[in-house]
Design a protein around this ligand. Sequence first.
Ligand code: ATP
Ligand code: MG
Length: 343
Amino acid sequence: QKGNNGKYTVTLIPGDGIGPEISESIKDIYTAAQVPIQWEEVSVTPILKGGKTVIPDSAIHSVKKNTVALKVGKGHVSLNLTLRRTFNLFANVRPCASIQGFKTPYDDVNTVLIRENTEGEYSGIEHEIVDGVVQSIKLITWDASERVARYAFNYAQTSGRLRVTAVHKANIMKMSDGMFLSACREVSKEFPDVAYDEDLLDRVCLQVVTNPKPYSDRVMVMPNLYGDILSDMCAGLIGGLGLTPSGNIGRDASIFEAVHGSAPDIAGKGLANPTALLLSSIMMLRHVVTIDMLLHMRLYDYADKIEKAALTTIAEGKSITGDLGGKATTKEYTDAIIKKLRA
Ligand code: ATP
Ligand code: MG
């Protein structure tokens, strides 16, 4: 939503744990870079309503109105479920790229993983059949598979990664993953200029950690749980959870968030790395551009400028947080980025 002042209003959900500290850091950086974004901060602390604990309506209304949000925290399951259902957040996009100059085992990791976001093992349907025997349902539907596949092919086409690899275990889950693959194959026919192939999850894990390079020209698409695991593995290759952003793409809104959660173990200590949330906000800026082409060059320039300031600060290694092997506090790292933006 663009207001009269030419600024975009974006919902900000700081959540709990490290959420408030890293959100503060993003706000400071955006103020320094003079990004034409206006934050609408909302609380998602559950409230009691009619005997049930629910997410405050104001949070939902804000996202509904603005259609774009930046959020932290997995804290409570009910929040994610509510947001996912309310806004039909069907695809989770997780890019993961080496930061040039920051030493890790490989300097050429550049993966994009698209995770189905609504079903699979996350259907939450589990029951005990008899004492000592539990059944858990992995739900796969054609519609959800087709929807995420189409998003993956569209993403491939617009990002210039002209291959889609469907990651699966259809050798074991013949029907469920089998149908996921059929849906991907069907959709691939609509995209003659995007190559398509399929690979087993275990093989992909082995190959990515052995040689990540071949994965830099493609988009990987997969069912929910595989995406959860594979994306943390990729995150480990580039320096950990403090660095990896994500976007939840929905029919009615898009919500950007770090791959990590609220990290309660380090909350309130000034130790958190705000980079993952900052990079998520940069994905958000580039996403807003697709909604309003008029903002095109402007927001792209801000995104590029902030990204460069953060990545060079990390590469220089003088003011980096503990998770990256440095000694800087959240604030010191943030100030180092701001100094670069002002230079
Ligand atoms: P949640 O239930 O909210 O997901 P969690 O306990 O699983 O919380 P995560 O946020 O997933 O915690 O983090 C996992 C680990 O990675 C924790 O030890 C945490 O300290 C660390 N970590 C996560 N995010 C960051 C960050 N931004 N900066 C530094 N360390 C982080
Ligand atoms: Mg977690």
